[in-house]
Design a binder for this molecule. Sequence first.
Ligand SMILES: NC(=O)c1ccc[n+]([C@@H]2O[C@H](COP(=O)([O-])OP(=O)(O)OC[C@H]3O[C@@H](n4cnc5c(N)ncnc54)[C@H](O)[C@@H]3O)[C@@H](O)[C@H]2O)c1
Length: 422
Amino acid sequence: MNVTIIGGGYVGLVTGACLSTLNHNVTIVEIFPEKVEAINSAVPPIYEEGLEDILKARVGKNLTASTTYESVQTADAVFIAVGTPPNPDGSANLTYIRQAAENIAEELAKAHTEYPVVVVKSTVPPGTTKNVVCKTIREKLPDLKFGCCMNPEFLREGRAVFDFMNPDRIVIGTADARAADVMHSLYAGIEAPILDVEPTAAEMIKYTSNALLAAKISFANEIGNLCKKLGVDVYEVMKGVGMDSRVSPKFLNAGAGFGGSCFPKDVSALADIIRKENLEPVFLDAVLKVNDLQPLRMISLLEEKIGELTGKRIAVLGLAFKDNTDDIRESRSIPVIEKLLAAGAKPVCYDPMASDAMQKLLPNAEYVATAASALIEADGCLVMTEWPEFTKLDKEFDLMKTRAIIDGRHILSIPDAEGICW
Ligand SMILES: NC(=O)c1ccc[n+]([C@@H]2O[C@H](COP(=O)([O-])OP(=O)(O)OC[C@H]3O[C@@H](n4cnc5c(N)ncnc54)[C@H](O)[C@@H]3O)[C@@H](O)[C@H]2O)c1
């Protein structure tokens, strides 16, 4: 099939690359020419395991990128994979979605295949596929026969290619049998259960999945905070809880909280949707509140150990929101560094991949090239990201002036590190 993907970010590029391995002819449309150039040179603009190999094998054959929308005219399926960032009030910003729908309509007006299917892959509030995307196209082209579908994406950054090719399920949200047929054929090479639902249900499935996973983390953190007071090991507790097949052990790791480009924004957007229906998001507000308070516990535990923070040199190890990425969006390190700076402390930060990004956001902190350099003469150390290299740190802690070490991710093996929840 001919497939066009609008948006060459994490989701769009991985979707396009993986669909090309299923022998579809894929064009990725991206507004940033540097990204298009990089993709067309088989150099992925983001790091994802396995992505470069796919680009090397497929670019110039059945995978290409472009800054223009022309390929929409010959596409059997057009995916929208643009960003849906949060507005200041937490609601989902649909500016890029609207723009993409208008651009698709303009192109379909020039020429189109017999029955193009427009597929929303971005995470969008319930009703957006029907009432924003497909309505825009229908209003501009009342005589066009086209399919309309919502197909949420569940990949995790860092394991995106594997997740796309080995999903737990594929959700196809359409009320249109012909569009459903196209989608089933498109995914024919992937072995996974397919769930056919209405578009609005597909939209809700994505938000609900992310909200539930985020809730598991906040739940584990609240229990972890209690376990610490009681002198109980929360990791033993959650191991015992997770062995129950009704629960599953995943996403029960207590620590400094969740960040990234999806969980905080999707929980906030879902809470906003609930409010707009004149309901109160009691549970989701609590999930977010636990997550806002959790990183600040790193600071209070440190204060308990070393007192006033003014003038103290504090090593902050880990800036990315999780390991194996340079993404700092909503990283729990951000409120921690801000709080240290506000208290007059001197944060000295290290991350294997994300220092440049954090330095742009918080230029008043100091950034160094190794964990050891951050630890030299430090009065305290906060471990914020689960980078594997931190598990091997040992003698480096001897460089500190005071061994006050708080582990926010349960990864250190030294005996005197204090856990945030253990
Ligand atoms: N990143 C994830 O792990 C993940 C996982 C599942 C779902 N999602 C959802 O998928 C969507 C995309 O997320 P992402 O992380 O890939 O975002 P991203 O910001 O990495 O990528 C979006 C891309 O779209 C491009 N773009 C914007 N408007 C465009 C237009 N009109 N035409 C062409 N290109 C345009 C941007 O330049 C950018 O490169 C979001 O709704 C997100 O919530 C993300």
